[in-house]
Design a protein around this ligand. Sequence first.
Ligand SMILES: [Zn+2]
Length: 291
Amino acid sequence: MEKRCYLLLAVLFFFFLSPVETRPSSGLDINLTPSTIGQGEVALLSIQKLGEAKPKVIWMGEKITLLSDNKNEIWTGFIGVDLTTKPGRYKLKINLTNNNNPHSITVSVLSRDYGIRRLTLPKEMVELDTNTLKRVLEESRRMKELFISSDEYPLWMGRWISPVQGTVVSPFGCRCIINDMERSPHSGIDLKAAEGAPVKATNRGIVALVENHFFSGLGIVIDHGGGIQSMYFHLSKDFVKVGQLVEKDTIIGLAGSSGRVTGPHLHFGIRLNGGRIDPIKLIEISGVLER
Ligand SMILES: [Zn+2]
């Protein structure tokens, strides 16, 4: 009887605690780490496959960009979930080129409680006049356009790094209540950074935007290709131009307190296929990749 119990426990452990790993007959070997994804989080997909053809991966209706190793044997990419994606079970479809019978695995998206942040700001920063409201809407439209027009070709390589040394002073995802009114949740992290502290590119990419916006102040957006962008807001100075290719670690500007802020810091955000992702998770998850 006891033996049976142990056997059952071992089977349960294998099915529920080990990362998702499958070896279908197609010669694919799929790994997702971690095997479940929380709202606003990201997982690393690794596909080991025999043969030259590049696998095609579809997640929540979007094509996932994969990078290969030198031998075209191991393909890696990031699977992300927006902050407000409904928790549940979603299919990750993986297909070999010219194969009409995709392999699919089910991935659980878990609910995350990011807490609440209450802020009190001067009235003129919250209650916008008609002209300012017009400006804010136009800036928001321009920003959203960038997230759908990412270059298909991936420019990023290896690990993702923090743009400044500072600790997180305001975490990702918290519901923002300004002067008792609920606003959009925090779509990035606020990192401690003194006025004038150098800000580095989190990875390789092309500068997609350098603009002064009402809320985000002087901001830079880098398109890393393959549907991934990074954002750096409230800067005091920029050193890059739109269209410029920047390497990981390049100083792109200086931290500051431009836009709607209560003091100097760096707002750092990541979008993955348009979804708002916790940058800390991307940095952690990509730690297993080469520098
Ligand atoms: Zn922020």
